[in-house]
Design a protein around this ligand. Structure first.
Ligand code: APR
Length: 311
């Protein structure tokens, strides 16, 4: 597995390209943007860091999608980012057009690729990518839970003073305000969160996780987060290109799992070189199930706005 293309050379796309080159996890990186010169300039800058930072992965920047042909993995970040006061759902009409047209072309140029979707609203854009590509569901994957879980780990570490490396979290559902941080499936060095945190603290952490993206947008004012989203994308990309068979939460097309059909939704999956190698169904209690269904309803609402019909 060797050629990775990143579509969209904005904040998220260029951060992912940086990870791809620095990690040395693939042989060739292509950064593409519709804006002439943007990806070329960023990649020139990136490869000039190579002799200094000791990386030497081949990379090109381009505004010609043909340069992405025969990619093994294509990461889609093209689209617009949100501004203060906007939800991810507010981006839907604009980004659906962009993702739909880009993925249609990408699928023709790289018919065997795995697609990793980053553009928001994430679950709906993953659905658009699945339908526009005609690819099997195993090869169209949305990044959400790795980022949300990373944010929750950060907040737990801030509250407890314990290393985030000891902290494991599980955040499922849609990548929106109704995402579902699963406290029961989160732990600190194997111990339940309740050993270290009060109910109030846990509730605060769950809320801050849900608003993690919006909190950053409020500070930035002109765009949204990119360091943690970029790191999350590369974590998933590495699981794929290195065939790690790692279990992570990801947005995938469900066909009856968790009682849901015809929707892309965040659930635990095993990632390897063929994409989603397995979907894992956790046992949920009534409250968790209700929360997941509420999250799915939000996505279905967004899909209805786009006139993407769902079962
Ligand atoms: N083809 C290629 N690139 C495109 C296209 C297209 N059809 N349309 C837009 N782009 C590019 C823009 O030119 C821009 O450079 O996508 C890039 C998006 O970059 P930013 O505006 O910096 O947005 P970014 O912060 O990277 O977020 C991208 O990821 O996390 C999500 O919500 C976020 O949907 C947003 C996406």
């Amino acid at each position: 597995m060797s050629k990775v293309s990143v579509i969209g050379a904005g904040f998220v796309g260029s951060t992912i390209a940086h990870w791809a080159v620095v990690s040395g996890g693939c042989q060739m990186v292509v950064l593409h943007d519709i804006v002439e010169g943007l990806a070329k300039g960023k990649v020139l800058d990136l490869i000039q860091a190579g002799p200094i930072a000791r990386h030497s992965v081949d990379a090109i920047g381009t505004s010609d999608l043909n340069d992405t042909a025969d990619s093994d993995l294509v990461i889609i970040t093209a689209g617009v980012a949100r501004k203060p006061g906007m939800t991810r759902e507010d981006l839907v009409a604009t980004n659906a057009k962009i993702v739909g047209s880009v993925v249609t072309e990408v699928a023709k140029l790289s018919p065997h690729a795995i697609l990793l979707i980053m553009t928001n609203p994430l679950d709906t854009m993953t659905y658009v990518a699945l339908k526009s590509s005609g690819f099997p569901r195993e090869r169209v994957i949305g990044q959400a839970g790795v980022l949300d879980g990373g944010r929750m780990r950060t907040f737990i570490a801030m509250e407890t003073g314990i290393s985030p490396e000891n902290i494991h979290t599980t955040v499922l559902g849609g990548h929106g305000d109704e995402m579902v941080p699963l406290v029961r499936y989160s732990h600190i060095a194997g111990m339940p969160l309740k050993y270290f945190l009060s109910d109030e603290q846990i509730e605060r952490i769950v809320e801050r996780t849900r608003n993690g993206g919006a909190e950053i947008v409020q500070y930035l004012k002109t765009g949204s987060a990119y360091y943690a989203p970029g790191a999350a994308a590369w974590r998933m990309a590495e699981a794929i290109v290195r065939n790690k068979r790692e279990i992570v939460p990801a947005s995938v097309y469900l066909q009856g799992e968790y009682g849901l059909n015809d929707i892309c939704f965040g659930v635990p999956v095993m990632l390897g070189c063929t994409g989603v190698e397995r979907i894992i169904e956790l046992e949920l209690n009534e409250d968790e199930r209700v929360a997941l269904n509420k999250s799915a309803d939000l996505i279905r609402g967004t899909m209805k706005d786009l006139k993407l019909e769902t079962a």
